[in-house]
Design a protein. Structure first.
Length: 116
């Protein structure tokens, strides 16, 4: 039942952002730019374990992953501007982002930063 509540609450937030975006993409963008997934994960972890060290580590790892994740938001509008069909643009954006993540981890490894 607890997992069902977590899923329901999380899904509700996504639906709210989607509905708001039909009226105002700027407000939806502001809400969506808040790291909702991260915030929910942090809240659920604290609620379940109260382990602040785990939350601190998760927060730091999330911060380290922000730069490569921005690739998606750079690529998607570029592909759409190139008149590439929406779902293909999304797929290409995800693929490019995955490549950038791989490169990012590779470069981090070269400079001695071990993500675990």
């Amino acid at each position: 039942m607890y997992i069902g509540l977590k899923i329901l609450l999380t899904a509700l937030i996504v639906v709210v952002v989607s509905e708001i975006s039909r009226r105002s993409t700027i407000i939806a963008g502001i809400i969506a730019s808040i790291p909702l997934t991260s915030l929910l994960a942090i809240i659920w972890i604290y609620f379940e374990t109260s382990n602040l060290e785990n939350i601190k580590n998760l927060s730091g790892n999330i911060l380290m992953m922000v730069p490569p994740s921005l690739t998606f938001f750079i690529c998607l509008p570029l592909f759409i501007d190139m008149k590439i069909e929406f779902y293909v643009s999304v797929f290409f954006s995800i693929a490019v982002t995955a490549i950038v993540y791989w490169l990012y981890f590779y470069i981090l490894g070269i400079i001695g930063i071990n993500m675990n």
